[in-house]
Design a protein around this ligand. Structure first.
Ligand code: DON
Length: 295
């Protein structure tokens, strides 16, 4: 059997027994996820796919959507404008932190945390545009789940307060509810582990014209320094590739020029990362020699 396939079979069998953590509860719809679901998929640049486990189970993208909306707006509005609104510095704080907004420039530190992603959402012209861009990345039509969207919208007091602050500081303009709706909708795109690994592979392959190659490096560098929030340093040390997590239990990673990797399992830790996902990525990095620092 192919080496990659046998490694992911082994990692799936090894980490299936891990019962740590629980699905996110702060968005009621996410709390209903089945903690036994566990999928691993690697999509190579040449299109070969290796998979193990529940790879066709749908879940909402949550924060794994942030790199794609960032890329979309960079491409549409250019670096100078985007940089004037959202920075590129890691924070060392949680994904939903509000404290940095009060400091210095009153500009979100980066587009991978909620404040930056909500600012980016305020520049998205329509739900249709966003749907088209995300679907092109996945190579299939993606749908927004109305129940997940409403579940988050009705409980998003913290994100609403971030949006008010962004409006106060002039980072976003106009009606904050429109920006928030687009943010909640991007979080509610439904994908499978296979879809997410294909989206990661599109980034690994220079954007395949969906995102111009000149912006792929921007997205990957932000994922690398900020994608795992206040554990990005530990991730760089132990895994060493650009990645992004979402509270639904998804993590995707990109090995530029080689492959896209996605792992889904809903039980998360206090930082909002899938616990099985972290274990799989650490082992995969070692077994396939993925870290860009350990060649
Ligand atoms: O803003 C939120 O609360 C969610 N919709 C997304 C957060 C998230 O996925 C954090 N990542 N691990």
């Amino acid at each position: 059997m192919n080496n990659i396939q046998s490694i992911i079979n082994k990692l799936h069998a090894t980490h299936k027994s891990c019962k740590e953590g629980h699905p996110a509860t702060y968005i009621p719809e996410l709390a209903k996820a089945n903690p036994d679901h566990f999928g691993i998929v690697i999509t190579m640049k040449n299109g070969d796919v290796y998979s193990a486990g529940d790879v066709d189970v749908e879940f909402s993208m949550q924060s794994t959507s942030k790199p794609f909306s960032y890329g979309m707006i960079l491409q549409e509005m250019g670096r100078v404008f985007v940089m004037s609104k959202v920075g590129v510095e890691p924070t060392g704080e949680a994904f939903n932190s509000i404290v940095e907004l009060e400091k210095n420039t009153h500009r979100p530190y980066n587009p991978m945390i909620n404040s930056g992603a909500i600012a980016i959402s305020s520049f998205i012209s329509s739900e249709e545009d966003m749907k088209k861009f995300f679907s092109q990345f996945a190579g299939k039509d993606l749908r927004i789940d109305q129940t997940v969207f409403e579940s988050e919208k009705n409980t998003a007091h913290r994100n609403r307060s971030i949006a008010h602050l962004l409006r106060h500081f002039g980072v976003i303009e106009g009606n904050i509810e429109n920006s928030l709706d687009l943010y909640f909708k991007q979080c509610s795109f439904m994908v499978t582990t296979k879809d997410l690994s294909r989206m990661a592979a599109t980034l690994a392959s220079g954007g395949r014209e969906v995102l111009k190659e000149e912006f792929v490096g921007d997205v990957l560098s932000l994922m690398f320094t900020c994608g795992m929030y206040d554990t990005s340093g530990k991730w760089a040390y132990s895994v060493g590739i650009p990645a992004k997590s979402g509270v639904s239990g998804a993590i995707f990673g990109v090995v530029p020029g080689e492959m896209g990797i996605a792992v889904y399992s809903p039980s998360i830790n206090d930082h909002g990362h899938s616990i099985r996902g972290l274990k799989v990525f650490q082992d995969l990095s070692r077994e396939l020699n993925l870290s860009i620092f350990r060649k």
